[in-house]
Write a protein that binds this ligand. Structure first.
Ligand code: HEM
Length: 410
């Protein structure tokens, strides 16, 4: 059994909205792992916290996304007529087989390892430009002035979207994140969100028209041409897939770069080691992913009664939260001091990119960007200090873990 980070042996609770949880979710996870690994939270979801169980749920076909039925249960049967919900239902992330296989199959073909690797020089250039812009100033916010740039510039480059147009997607992207965080919408918020999706859809209709007339060597053209077993993406599916790449890929990577830099500066020996041995960056990024993952948990719905998880019955229709960040600190998977940051760690498989059929499509791209960003920063500004490592400014979010700001100086 995992060791408990807090001494009380009272019933563990799961309240990710509390400020104490936000500052240190890990001690709460440790209690859940130790005392109640399939925990029924007060808000009705089953919370899974051990590594083996999280991996099991992610791979087991008795659990799925059930997005349409779940949304209808929550908001009523008419909800799918709302543009935002219709749009989200066309993403692979919220689809179950067979729709999931079809959507993912069409996108995965265009999102190849070769295409990602070809982005290396451009990522390096974006990182260097961000550093050049602040080098003489002597200070920056590592989130807004640094971590923000590579993910956003790269996904826009890959898709062939001019950077100045990306502002258009930001608000729409926030609405999508809100759905992923299961945050409720007021009727006014929903009306605004619907309008934004419509604007984005119209923007892409024009882009598709241009690409049809004049195809380019970009991901948008590839996705338009992608075809499998006679099936192609419809325009709505294309837009949902492109927006998903934008949404899933940018905040997550910004957070990973920020969380990794904070973790290093909170562990000066590890920071010194990476400065001395930049060749360790591959295992260091794996360790940042394990130690402070930018997605803390992901949801599933039981598609039938499931009774073989610690002898508890999870009834059909119940929501299940898979605590990826808790699984990553489970002693059963990481026997060697899982609470410590160790950039030389070997073994164990972190679940930060999920598992099963929804395993992250952008894992390789996220790793590459984070590696280049962190190694370059340590090399080019060796005297950089983070101003406040004690009480960092975490965003008050439920699923995504990342910093609002991370001021640094040199
Ligand atoms: C540190 C960065 C990232 C993290 C931690 C991350 C994490 C995840 C996780 C946990 C999932 C699975 C969700 C689930 O099972 O419900 C996922 C799926 C996905 N991710 Fe990422 N991601 C990152 C970066 C990216 C990037 C850069 C892209 C693309 C540009 C991307 C695209 C996707 C897509 C398309 C899916 C859906 C796959 C599917 O449903 O089949 N991600 N990601």
């Amino acid at each position: 059994m995992s060791s408990l980070a807090t001494p009380e042996n009272t019933e563990p609770t799961f309240n990710p909205f509390s400020p104490a949880f936000l500052q240190d979710p890990y001690s709460h996870y440790a209690r859940l792992r130790g005392l109640d690994p399939v925990h029924l939270a007060r808000f009705g979801a089953y919370v899974i916290s051990r590594h083996a169980d999280v991996g099991f749920v992610l791979r087991d076909r008795r659990f799925g996304k059930d997005f349409i039925e779940r949304s209808q249960r929550h908001y009523g049967p008419e909800i799918m007529a709302e543009t935002l919900f219709d749009h989200m239902s066309r993403t692979m992330l919220l689809s179950d087989p067979p729709q999931h296989e079809r959507l993912r199959g069409l996108v995965v073909k265009a999102f190849t390892a070769r295409r990602v690797e070809a982005m290396r020089p451009r990522i390096q250039q974006v990182v260097d430009d961000a550093i050049d812009a602040v080098l003489d100033v002597g200070k920056m916010d590592l989130v807004a002035d640094f971590a923000y740039h590579p993910p956003v510039a790269i996904i826009c480059d890959m898709l062939g979207i001019p950077e100045e147009d990306r502002k258009l997607f930001h608000a729409c992207s926030e609405d999508s994140v809100k759905i992923l965080e299961s945050a409720p919408f007021t009727p006014e918020e929903l009306a605004t969100a619907n309008g934004r999706v419509q604007t984005v859809r119209s923007y892409f209709e024009r882009l598709y028209e241009q690409r049809r007339r004049c195809p380019c060597d970009d991901l948008t053209t590839q996705l338009m041409q992608s075809e499998e077993s006679g099936s192609k993406l419809t325009n709505e599916e294309l837009t949902a897939s492109i927006m998903l790449l934008f949404v899933a890929g940018h905040e997550t990577t910004i957070n990973l770069i920020g969380n990794g830099l904070l973790a290093l500066h909170r562990n000066p020996q590890q920071l010194a080691l990476l400065r001395e041995r930049p060749d360790l960056i591959g295992s260091a990024v794996d360790e940042f992913l394990r130690y402070e993952p930018s997605i803390q948990f992901t949801g599933r719905v039981a598609l039938e009664d499931v009774w073989d998880l610690h002898e508890k019955t999870i009834p059909k229709g119940a929501s299940v939260l898979c605590l990826l960040a808790s699984a990553n600190r489970d002693e059963a998977a990481y026997p060697d001091r899982p609470e410590q940051l160790d950039i030389t760690r070997h073994g164990g498989k972190n679940l930060s990119f999920g598992g099963g059929i929804h395993f992250c499509l952008g894992a390789q791209l996220a790793r590459l960007q984070t590696e280049i960003a962190i190694v370059t920063l340590l090399r080019r500004i060796p005297e950089l200090r983070i101003d406040n490592t004690e009480n960092p400014d975490w965003k008050p979010k439920f699923v995504m873990r990342g910093l609002k700001t991370l001021p640094a100086s040199w």
